[in-house]
Write a protein that binds this ligand. Sequence first.
Ligand SMILES: O=c1ccn([C@H]2C[C@H](O)[C@@H](COP(=O)(O)OP(=O)(O)OP(=O)(O)O)O2)c(=O)[nH]1
Ligand SMILES: [Mg+2]
Length: 151
Amino acid sequence: MSNHFDVQIKRLPGNEDIPLPQKMSELASGFDLYAAVEELLVLAPGDRALVPTGFAIAMPGELEAQIRPRSGLAFKHGITSLNSPGTIDADYRGEVKVLLINHGKEPFTVNRKERIAQMVFQLVPDIRLTEVKELDATVRGAGGFGHTGTR
Ligand SMILES: O=c1ccn([C@H]2C[C@H](O)[C@@H](COP(=O)(O)OP(=O)(O)OP(=O)(O)O)O2)c(=O)[nH]1
Ligand SMILES: [Mg+2]
């Protein structure tokens, strides 16, 4: 690939055994993230937890990283990321964490080194907001929230 970005990643102390985020196939868009829980964490139905990943990153200013659920965990166990997609700001230097929630009917055990979510990098355009008194007119206007149909 011609265009690439260098992103620095730092393992946090005590996480030498945790694999770094990994693409599981050549063209995967996400890097899978591994749980850096002490040993295991049990999520009862309806419970949520901030799951550590054991690393921090520094990316170029034109990027952000999104934390997205793994569809397999969502489909098989009802496990997803509550704030999906989670936002990792380019200037964030703390540990990347995954806010998991159990929407399933059974308790779910997160084991150390288990893949719990994925991290997708995105370009963030440099947007400058300009305040105006009037916006330009469009056919849609203020219609929304299903106004084009009955559902
Ligand atoms: O799933 C997530 C979401 C956020 N963060 C970290 C990185 C991000 O840069 C920071 C702030 O996230 P966000 O802006 O979503 O949270 P906030 O509630 O607005 O907090 P803040 O006031 O710190 O921005 O928290 C994570 O590690 N995982
Ligand atoms: Mg914020």
